[in-house]
Design a protein. Structure first.
Length: 542
């Protein structure tokens, strides 16, 4: 394995490499690191290599599991795999040594095995103790369950046990399960884990923690889990006594700050991203369509039909909207339109069983459309996605890139389309977005639908439209300064969305808002709002 890596042991002596230079003439996909971190930088081989005939060569190394310094039990659990992926080969040696790692790798490249395998192997070298020895933090329930499933396969010839702790389930029932059926490995979402740590005897179970894994760390931050992560750390043994593995698709400034706090000094940074994976615009066709908000749904229908024409039997599209409420409304409308592939939805307002069912159905479908508000769909690998369609303003350039990464995986073809309103076009001028080379193109020809879009919208309840309006107002209120909108302009923007895009009667008052909600948005006194003091059946989450 050592021959597969090129190593620079002194970051300070290699500033050219840290700034995107090369080692032995090869361009590295490396971000600048935290000053003074004292890291060793590893870069996996970037050329395509031979792999198992049943796998794509792009992300596979020449290293076989059969030759790896791991137990026979683990090899038996991995008997379906012959070759390691790049991220597995590049990290195994360092992880087995107990070193803390910051690893940059895309979803779908084998990173789950990359952190589970060495963590499990290290448990074999110490006396087995009561309690949780490995903790894996996941940003979503779906990803947590997927990790648990892979762990069960890997543990099939071991005596170790794995459990999960995730939101969307009864906490009391889950707490009893965790206490009555002790586990060695716990896969958890931060919010639910923190609930358990604060309300049960679970903290005692972490006294012998050997390894903590932060999976999809960039998404953990995007979802606002930073404070939860800090709180969780306060319940765990000091970081000097345990190994930490931090995996992320991007390594921006916030990730570097998290790494500096969560990892021990002298940690290693390992990236297996090929240069074209770091620069997604070089291998994924990216275009932007600018249309008024009122045309968003029609444009979405037209683009989906266009992809279906190009891929008659394999059109597989992921469509992202800013909020869960907008996803719900779009799903209700699009599911009525004949001629489209099956419409599925995953977002925080769906029940856990419904989300799992939708994810599995999309994963196994040859042709389907999955609507998401981004968060719930992260982490689960969906093969064969032909199009990523982003409708409305992304939260950031990083979020845009992450979503785009859902297509063109493992060398496959794919494209990304962004739909913005004229008010949102400023997003294209952001420095990190402008560098991607997104081309603005005309909207596709408008198609006729059965039923027509107005007919489909007329069948959507006023309550659903009101919820979408409130979520829309809350989301864009966050970005009003970036959009250079005054509070009055923002309220008018949301009102036009309700009337023109949702079909809310212009003769009626806008959908009602609670005074408390208006206050939180700092919109008190702004004209154009319908403030009602009676409770509105609307959760704050979007």
């Amino acid at each position: 394995m050592a021959q597969q890596l090129r190593t620079v042991h002194s970051a300070a002596a290699s500033s050219d490499v840290l700034n995107g230079g090369s080692i032995h003439g090869k361009k590295m996909a490396v971000d600048p690191l935290v000053p003074g971190a004292g890291v060793a930088i590893h870069n996996a081989q970037v050329e395509q290599r031979s792999a198992s005939p049943k796998t794509n060569a792009r992300h596979f190394s020449e290293n076989r599991f059969a030759d790896a310094p791991i137990s026979q039990q683990s090899k038996a659990g991995l008997n379906k795999f012959e070759f390691m992926t790049d991220v597995q080969a590049a990290t195994l040696e360092s992880a087995l040594s107990g070193r803390d790692l910051l690893v940059q790798a895309r979803t779908g490249t084998g990173k789950t095995i990359a952190f589970l395998l060495p963590a499990i192997e290290r448990l074999l070298n110490v006396p087995r103790r009561q309690g949780i020895s490995i903790l894996v933090l996941s940003p979503t329930r779906e990803l947590a369950l997927q990790i648990e499933k892979e762990a069960e396969t890997l543990l099939s010839h071991h005596q170790f046990k794995v459990q999960h702790a995730i939101g969307g389930t009864n906490q009391t029932t889950e707490s009893k399960r965790l206490l009555q059926s002790p586990c060695d490995i716990l896969i958890a979402t931060p919010g639910r884990l923190l609930d358990h740590l604060r309300s049960s005897t679970l903290p005692q179970r972490f006294s012998s923690l050997k390894t903590i894994v932060y999976d999809e760390a960039d998404r953990l931050l995007d979802q606002g889990f930073k404070k939860d992560l800090e709180a969780i750390s306060s319940f765990l043994p000091p970081k000097a006594t345990r190994q930490a593995l931090l995996f992320s698709a991007t390594v921006g400034d916030e990730i570097k700050k998290i790494a500096a706090g969560a990892l021990r000094p002298g940690y290693s940074f390992i990236t297996t991203l090929l240069e074209d994976e770091v620069n997604a615009h070089e291998h994924v066709e990216q275009t932007c369509v600018v249309v008024p908000q009122k045309d968003f749904l029609q444009t979405t229908i037209d683009i989906l039909k266009q992809d279906l024409q190009e891929h008659p039997t394999s059109s597989k599209c992921m469509v992202f909207f800013p909020t869960a409420r907008q996803v719900s409304l779009a799903a209700e409308v699009l599911s009525q339109i004949s001629g489209l592939p099956p419409i599925l939805e995953i977002h925080s307002r769906k029940s856990q069983p419904a989300r799992i069912k939708a994810a599995e159905q999309f994963k196994t479908s040859k042709s389907a459309v999955l609507l998401s508000s981004d968060v719930a769909a992260r982490g689960v690998d969906f093969p064969g996605v032909t199009l990523v369609l982003q409708v409305g303003l992304p939260a950031s350039g990083e979020q845009y890139i992450h979503r785009l990464g859902r297509t063109a995986r493992a060398g496959a073809a794919g494209r990304g389309i962004l739909v913005l309103s004229p008010e949102e076009k400023m997003f294209l001028r952001k420095a990190d977005v402008a560098a991607l080379g997104i081309r603005e193109v005309p909207a596709p020809p408008s198609t006729t639908s059965s039923p027509s879009l107005p007919e489909a919208l007329s069948k959507v309840s006023q309550d659903t439209k009101a919820q979408s309006y409130r979520a829309f107002l809350g989301y864009y209120n966050t970005y009003a300064k970036q959009l250079r909108m005054s509070k009055e302009e923002l309220v008018e923007f949301a009102w036009r969305y309700a009337v023109d895009a949702l079909g809310w009667p212009e003769t009626q008052l806008p959908p009602p808002l609670e005074p408390k909600t208006v206050g939180k948005m700092n919109l008190k006194g702004v004209k154009g709002l319908n403030i009602q003091r009676r409770p509105v059946n609307e959760s704050r989450r979007t």
